[in-house]
Design a protein around this ligand. Structure first.
Ligand code: Q46
Ligand code: ZN
Ligand code: ZN
Length: 305
């Protein structure tokens, strides 16, 4: 297999782009595709400070690497959830973030928030007290992560929070929203969520890239990452939809990309329209000051009551 650009040995064949690239040209292509999304969706500029949510996985570490290589002011943020499940998930993923910074960008800043140490209970502890250990901890976990990310972004004066969501993630959500005709979500699903009433701006610079491309990027750049996903992600609907979409992609290369990008184009051009539900009114929580739709206390503060 030869590189479409230089004739050297190709390390990846991207059928949806009819492109085979060698290691050097693939890295340049991946960085350029990220930059293209940042500009196309007006995510941020070199003058902005960006907080990158890193999990120790391939997507978020690849994103942090690309942003730093592009010269953006990108600081990492890791939230330690205290999940072990026999594989030391949180400990290993934090170690991967430190290792990445030390090996690739020793001058980079990594903010670490340890939920257990800072608030007295880990995510599994909270699930135990709140749900008597029943069900998955994902609802509590999502709430805690959103709160902490928003707090760090706001206190640190960051222009945006960048997450490593790739095209596979976004297209799986799109499929889920379409299958259930969640029109409110379909009206809002986007690579950029604007700042609103104290909720930090959120951006997804890898939206043009497939998951396998992020994995290939990490491999070619020698980025070590945690291969296991969070043990609680197993069997999720998102993973099931990702598998279905991969089968579709196999027989029809580019299907995932088309589904997502054409949805964005058609919606933004007004060809398809979804009635946007009026966003709920937000007011500051009396304890932490973060925006909430609930009563005096936000859902996060009520967790610890
Ligand atoms: S929500 Fe659930 Fe994730 Fe939290 S408990 Fe793990 S799978 S990490 S994205
Ligand atoms: Zn080449
Ligand atoms: Zn609060």
């Amino acid at each position: 297999m030869k590189c479409s650009k230089c004739g050297g040995i190709a390390v990846i064949n991207m059928r949806q782009h009819r492109l085979r690239l060698c290691a050097e040209h693939f890295v340049a292509w991946f960085v350029a595709m990220t930059q293209r999304a940042i500009e196309e969706f007006r995510m941020f500029t070199p003058a902005d400070r960006v907080l990158v949510a890193v999990s120790g996985g391939k997507d978020s570490l690849a994103l942090w690497d690309v942003l730093l290589r592009l010269g953006y002011q990108a600081e990492g943020m890791y939230i330690s959830l205290g999940i072990d499940e026999g594989i030391g998930y949180s400990a290993t993923s934090l170690a991967m973030c430190h290792k990445f910074a030390a090996e690739h960008h020793p001058d980079a800043t990594l903010h670490v928030v340890n939920v257990g140490l800072e608030y007295g209970q880990t995510i599994p502890d909270l699930t135990h007290t709140r749900q008597r250990g029943r069900g998955k901890p994902c609802a509590v976990c999502g709430l805690v992560k959103r709160h902490i990310m928003n707090r760090v972004a706001r206190d640190g004066g960051f222009a945006a929070i960048a997450t490593g969501h790739n095209l596979d993630d976004e297209v799986a959500v799109l499929m889920q929203n379409t299958l259930h005709w969640q029109t409110g979500y379909l009206a809002r699903q986007a690579p950029v969520l604007e700042e609103r009433d104290g909720l930090a701006r959120k951006v997804k610079p890898l939206v043009r890239l497939y998951e396998r491309e992020a994995a290939a990027y990490a491999l070619v750049r020698g980025i070590d990452y945690i291969y296991d996903e969070c043990p609680f992600a197993k069997g999720s609907t998102t993973n099931f939809h990702k598998e279905l979409l991969n089968q579709l992609e196999l027989s029809s290369p580019g299907a995932k990309q088309q589904f997502y990008l054409q949805f964005l184009r058609a919606r933004d051009a007004g060809t398809i329209a979804f009635a946007e539900t009026e966003p709920a009114q937000l007011h500051p929580c009396q304890r932490c000051g973060q925006p909430t739709t609930a009563g005096d206390l936000c859902a996060f503060c009520r967790l610890w009551e």
